[in-house]
Design a protein around this ligand. Sequence first.
Ligand code: PMP
Length: 440
Amino acid sequence: MTHDTGSLHARHRAVMPSWLSLYYAQPLELTHGEGRHVWDAEGNRYLDFFGGILTTMTAHALPEVTKAVGEQAGRILHTSTLYLSRPMVELAERIAALSGIPDARVFFTTSGTEANDAALLLATTHRRSNQVLAMRNSYHGRSFSTVAITGNQSWSPTSLSPLQTLYVHGGVRSRGPYADLGDPEYIAACVADLEDMLQQTAGGVAALIAEPVQGVGGFTAPPDGLYAAFREVLAREGILWISDEVQTGWGRTGDHFWGWQAHAESGPPDLLTFAKGIGNGMSLGGVVARAEIMNCLSANSISTFGGSPITMAAGLANLNYLLEHDLQGNARRVGGLLIERLRAVAAGLDVVREIRGRGLMIGIELVRPGTDEPSPEAATLVLEAARERGLLVGKGGQGGAVLRIAPPLTLTVAEAEQGAELLADALRQTQRQLADASES
Ligand code: PMP
């Protein structure tokens, strides 16, 4: 077998946008996967601790999904929202029922960015306002509209915006001005900030969009109940709540099927967006909204391609699998164990500032040893060291100093233990490297 990953990289550079960034000094070419493992073009096998959040929510090459996709591909691929499609209606019915939103309607898209774009179109049209609130440190995509609600400069390719956006506190606490507050005081401070923001607008804010756990932002979760407190304030003015569940949906956070349920006192959101994992690798996203909001558009469609039969077949098979196998329960159990293991192995490593998470969504914040300074350098070193040991992890957070761990939801206890060992070893090596570098 000949491997030309190096030249593929050169071809990528020559033909693709310069801003399409790749992980690793020698980028990885993945050729196939099975369960929680993937292989590269050189035949190296990796335990995948990141793919679950990217697209492979359940497992790589899940036979049930592969079979459903193959059968559908053999029947009909062609579609458009102009024709009736049985799998589209079936999946919409299932998601509407699961969403918790009363009188729910579902529109399918091909990505999370597009789902948020559709949610913004609906919310701003319904409210006749282009003023939107978003969370600091948020990530919702980088298209022309979603970049306007993504609250971190380094993820924003343009400052031009079709929306008027104000960013509120509550996304990330550990390094903000409210870092030292306890939960009730923190919630009160964020609510006061929100009220202050509303005072500053000319009125008629359309919506607030939030991730229940910030994903790209470094897996930071607000205290339970924060968003319920926000909802109370917003409800006074009829401002809509959009829950971006692209990373938190389908049971990943363990205790809940949707992230918004950690703040459930105020009931379901007005709009909910989802994507990535539900297609288990197929391009499937969507927006769910109450009928009065969804139906406020006078349009034939937003896009004709969302909800193609093949993505719907994948979504249905994947949804059935994750419900039948209680993968939410697995995320709670195995995620709980993994976080415990990681905390145990990281004790005594001063490159680790914090290990946090919910279910199978775990963040490890890294600092320059002996300081409280975020260390993107450490994160890059750990990524490389983990790869050498056969483990893939992600990174994120402000400045890229947080390791993101989001394995497929079928992760076993043995795999969690093995991954924790590999990661511990990579962290130890990184700490040594950083110490050597600072001595020399
Ligand atoms: N919302 C959230 C919370 C995300 O994490 C992402 C992707 N990282 C998106 C939206 C955009 O989704 P996509 O990449 O499918 O367009």
